[in-house]
Design a protein. Sequence first.
Length: 63
Amino acid sequence: MTDNDDETYCMIVDTTRPPKADGPPYAECVLCREPTEYPESYRGVTLCPRCEWQEAQRTACSG
């Protein structure tokens, strides 16, 4: 494994996030179906703050 392989192994694949909503209606979390901070009109994967944090913990590079 080269140094470059180490860097790409720990890279986050997609860091884009939907824009935060100004108010209701909010999109549902795709994991727990709780309201998220994102507008209902956003098309794509949305996670509530709790599931977002848990997903980050699961996918974090353990070094």
